[in-house]
Write a protein that binds this ligand. Structure first.
Ligand code: IVH
Length: 692
């Protein structure tokens, strides 16, 4: 893992934090889409995890950055087309990660502290192998299997009931006495042996070869024809639950026993542990058995056994506080670096990609890897022709770790990073404090235009169904779409579209309808879609929230060109926007060409004013302060509960405080609140309020 944070989080200004957040969030959104929607990951799992952890740390230090659409708040990606969508009655969440023993120790300490459990009191933990398959949710009504779905984005998945019915480990009827509604969750996987056999058959039939068992399982489960799924010997381990109409277990261990009695498979090497040492021994044991197991695992999941404690611990953003995944280290291999390709991004950034002599790492053939940036290549001194150590975790594209110096061929020279754009030939320059080199070609660089268009139609921007990266690239190549506004004029080019290979009346109609559907767009998405440098989702949202309407935003941006004026000061006064962001923003709207694009888009679209997301909790949007001693829950539990209800928790009382929760021993804060006339309640009042 080689992610470096240029500025330490502790010393970051609000603006630096916002920038870092935007950058990380953008990267993670792109990786999510590549992984979940395109089945074409761009980075290794370890690298993804590193980025994710940085974002989590940043949001812990700057909680205001934790917006609803932050990647930390989402699991996976939105469902793909082809299956009906199912909204999960209870969201399907993800797990936080532990990478070493220390992380695990901290996890246990955190839980004890949260629940005020003393060091000498027992705390049972169930350890289960983390199956590398696909999570599914199975709904049983009166003991009969009625519906099954994939996880999707955690809130909504795909209805794959017909395919799930072909899986032997999924009982049609539950044995014994099951409650009226029972949602069982678990992991569908393809055994390694079946995977090898499947690829043999695929090869013989000249059909697609799967990279690994997980991809094969995903491909099999997402078959529109369940007869094909039926030919794949998929299996399932049950390990969790969604909605239940009655209580069936008081602990995870008991739950596993119960579902096993109902006819599900539960993992035989799971264990109930009571100490950190036992937990770590289990990790060691499972690690040693890993190669012999007939299914892929990528770590061990630890879960607080008692369900009442799980409830109290609750969730932090996308993951339960009561569980964690202890990952196995990444797998490594060596191969030859045949070349370095340079990709040009939306803002002209040049990104190096390693082209490798294909090699198998942990069962997957790998032929390219990320090299991050110019400095990274120089720091590692990776040279073309070198034998390099590469690393992958999970099933995604790996990274280059280091060259094997003993094997360096004679005459290998240090890599000279290009100083011109490989696509348009313009000069590529590097700002003093920037890690990336950028093409200066701007509008004449076709790589940048394409990347800008891809960004414009991406999932968090216009998200036009049927107009993804592939089609937009082809349309651009053929001159059908030169800039974003052309997308909304495609109806005029219906005939040209129809001439394209693979397009017919139906598909063209569908595309045009999907485009029409997106003519209405929220201001925040609109600003984000423009792909202005440094304006990621969070900043776009800030701008939308501040200015409200597209007209107000554009008028203020025009006024703000006067750096001595009030509008410029107003822009800088937005918490999270500093001079550097302001300059990029103002430079964008200053350019005639960009203003023309904005005019065009405004004529073609209906850009909706920004509206804050509604919440039905009475505490939503309120600022709460806790003071004094709480006796029935810890401060962190109270804070978590408040935040879950949409409230902000602050450390000090001010005129902005809406509510003070004061336990015994409350001092100056209670006094100040009384002076300011702020509503004050005690712990029981708080419990009633937060539960009601
Ligand atoms: S428990 C609320 N247990 O790992 C917690 N998950 O990274 C629900 N997974 O989405 C998850 N084996 O797809 C749990 N024994 C296990 C698991 C497991 C594999 C997967 C599951 C989950 C993902 C989280």
């Amino acid at each position: 893992m080689s992610q470096e944070t240029p500025v330490s989080i502790d010393t970051m200004s609000d603006e630096q934090a916002r920038l870092a957040h935007d950058e990380l969030a953008d990267a993670l959104h792109a990786h999510n889409a590549a992984y979940y929607q395109d089945d074409a990951p761009m980075v290794s799992d370890a690298e993804y995890d590193a980025l994710f952890q940085q974002l989590v740390a940043l949001e812990a230090a700057f909680p205001e950055l934790k917006t609803e659409d932050s990647p930390t708040q989402k699991v996976g990606a939105a469902p793909s087309q082809g299956f009906a969508k199912i909204r999960h009655a209870i969201p399907m969440l993800s797990l936080g990660n532990a990478f070493d023993d220390e992380d695990v120790a901290e996890f246990l300490t955190r839980i004890r502290r949260f629940l005020s459990i003393g060091d000498d009191e027992p705390l049972e933990i169930v350890g289960e192998p983390k199956i590398d398959g696909l999570s599914v949710s199975l709904r049983y009504e009166d003991g009969v299997f009625v519906r099954g779905a994939t996880r999707g984005d955690g809130a909504e998945g795909e209805d794959i009931t017909a395919n799930l019915r072909t899986i032997h480990d999924i009982p049609e009827k539950l044995a014994g006495n099951a409650p009226g509604i029972a949602e069982i969750r678990g992991e569908v996987y393809l055994p390694k042996s079946a995977f090898r056999a499947l690829n043999e058959t695929q090869k013989a039939n000249d059909a697609k070869i799967f990279a690994n068992p997980r991809n094969a399982a995903a491909g099999s489960l997402r078959q529109l024809d369940s007869a094909i799924t039926a030919q794949r010997p998929l299996r399932m381990f049950a390990y969790s639950w969604g909605e239940f109409s009655a209580n069936v277990a008081d602990s995870q261990w008991e739950f596993l026993e119960t579902v096993s009695n109902w006819g599900f498979q539960t993992n035989p090497i799971s264990r109930l542990c009571t100490t950190l040492e036992e937990v770590l021994r289990l990790y060691q044991d499972i690690g040693e058995q890993r190669a012999q197991l007939d299914y892929d695992i990528d770590g061990v999941v630890y879960k607080v056994n008692r369900i009442d404690l799980q409830r109290r611990l609750g969730f932090v953003s996308r993951a339960p506080r009561w569980a964690i995944a202890h990952k196995f280290p990444a797998e490594q291999a060596t191969t030859i670096l045949k070349g370095i390709d340079i990709q040009v991004g939306r803002t002209g950034s040049l990104t190096p990609v390693a082209r490798l002599e294909p090699v198998t790492v942990g069962g997957v053939v790998v032929s390219n890897a990320t090299l991050h940036n110019e400095d990274e290549i120089a720091r590692k001194d990776v040279r073309i022709g070198d034998t390099v150590v590469i690393q992958r975790a999970g099933d995604v594209i790996p990274q280059v770790v280091r060259p094997v110096l003993e094997k360096r061929p004679q005459g290998a020279v240090p890599y000279a990073f290009p100083t011109t754009c490989p696509v348009c030939g313009s000069e590529a320059v590097r700002d003093v404090d920037e890690a990336v080199r950028r093409c200066t070609g701007g509008l004449i660089c076709s790589a940048q235009s394409v990347e800008r268009l891809k960004h414009f139609v991406s999932r968090n921007a216009f998200d036009i169904e049927g107009l993804g990266a592939k089609n937009i690239t082809a349309f651009h190549e053929d001159g059908l779409v030169n800039g974003p506004a052309d997308i909304f004029r495609l109806a005029e080019k219906r005939d040209t579209l129809l001439e394209r290979e693979g397009w017919g009346d139906q598909s063209v109609d569908n595309l045009l309808a999907a485009i029409d559907e997106r003519r209405r767009i929220g201001l925040d998405r609109f600003i984000y879609a423009l792909g202005i440098r440094q304006i990621g989702q969070a900043t776009a949202r800030l701008l939308a929230r501040t200015y409200g309407t597209v007209d107000a935003w554009r008028a203020s941006m025009a006024d703000a060109q006067d750096r001595a004026g009030e509008a410029y000061q107003d822009l800088l006064n937005i918490d999270g926007i500093g001079a550097s962001v302001a300059e990029d923003l103002l430079a964008f709207v200053h350019e005639d060409h960009n203003r023309q694009v904005l005019d065009d888009l405004e004529n073609l679209l209906e850009i909706e004013a920004f509206a804050a997301p509604p919440s039905d909790s009475a505490l939503a949007g309120k600022t709460i302060v806790f003071t004094g001693t709480l006796e029935k829950m810890t401060r962190s539990e109270a804070k978590a509960r408040a935040e879950a209800l949409g409230a902000k928790v602050s450390g000090s009382v001010s005129s902005k405080t809406d509510l003070l929760v004061a336990g015994p021993g409350a001092g100056s804060k209670a006094k100040k609140a009384a002076e300011l006339g702020i509503e004050t309640i005690d712990e029981d009042g708080w419990i009633a309020l937060s539960q009601g």
